[in-house]
Design a protein around this ligand. Sequence first.
Ligand SMILES: Nc1ncnc2c1ncn2[C@@H]1O[C@H](COP(=O)(O)OP(=O)(O)OP(=O)(O)O)[C@@H](O)[C@H]1O
Length: 249
Amino acid sequence: MDPILYVHDLTGGYSPKRPVLHRISFHVKAGEMVGLIGLNGAGKSTTIKHILGLMKPQSGEVKVGGVELEEDTEKYRSSFAYVPETPVLFDELTVEEHLRLTGMAYNVTDNADGERGEALLEQFQMTPKRRAFASHLSKGMKQKVMIMNALLAEPPLYIIDEPFLGLDPLGIRSLLDRLVEVKRKGAAILMSSHILSTVEAYCDRFIVMHHGKIVAQGTLDEVRRAAGMEQRGGTLEEAFYRLVAGGNA
Ligand SMILES: Nc1ncnc2c1ncn2[C@@H]1O[C@H](COP(=O)(O)OP(=O)(O)OP(=O)(O)O)[C@@H](O)[C@H]1O
C-alpha cells in the first residue's frame, strides 16, 4: 500500500543558496504514528512547511495521498489537517463557529451541531466554552480548538507540531487517546515534539533530524542500533542524545 505521506530526497529551505534540508526521505503509512524529533533548529518545522505546501522543494518530492501539490492541489490539501505549535484562530468567531467552519471546509455533515462536534467539545472539556470567542480563550484552550478542528475533519493524514506545550494534563491525555483512536481507524500521523518520553510511548517509528539531515529513522530498535546501542536496551532519549550530541547517555 502506498504511504499517505511520501517525502523523497527533499532538499529545501529559505534561500536556494543555503538549503536547510539536505536530501531527506521518509514516509508515513496509514495506521502509523511517526515522531519527528530533533534539537532546536534541526529542521522539523521547515520539513513541515514543505509538506504543507508553504515552501517549494529545491529538489526532491513531497506527496500526500499519492499526489504532489501541483498535480492535484485540492486532493493534496484535503488529505491532511495541520495543528500548528502556535494556535491560529479567528478572534471574532466562537469555539463552535470554528468547528462549523471546519465542517463546511472539509464537507463534514456531522459537524459542530452534530455528534462529532459534541463529542469533541466534551472530550476536550470545552463544552462550557462553546459560545466563547476565540479571543477570550486561554492559550491551552486555543490549542484545543485547533486540535478539535483537525479531529473533526478526520483526514487521512494529521501533521501535528509540538502539541503538548500549552495543554494541561487532561488535555494531553484527551489528545493522545484520540490520536490512538484515529490511528486505529487508519489515519497516518506525523508528530513533532521535544517530549521524548511521550513520543517514545505513542509513536510506532521515529525520525531523528540533525542539522537538516535525517541521522536515524525507524523503530526504537532501529534508532538504538543507529546510535550504537544494540547491545543493551535504552530509551529513545538516550539514543537521541547519542545521535545528536555523540554523548554517552
Ligand atoms: N523564516 C526563516 N528564514 C530563514 N531561515 C529560517 C527561517 N525559519 C527557520 N530558519 C532556519 O532554518 C533552520 C531550521 O529551523 P526549523 O524552524 O526548521 O527548526 P526546528 O527543528 O523546527 O526547531 P525548533 O525545535 O526550535 O522548533 C534553522 O537554522 C533556522 O535558523
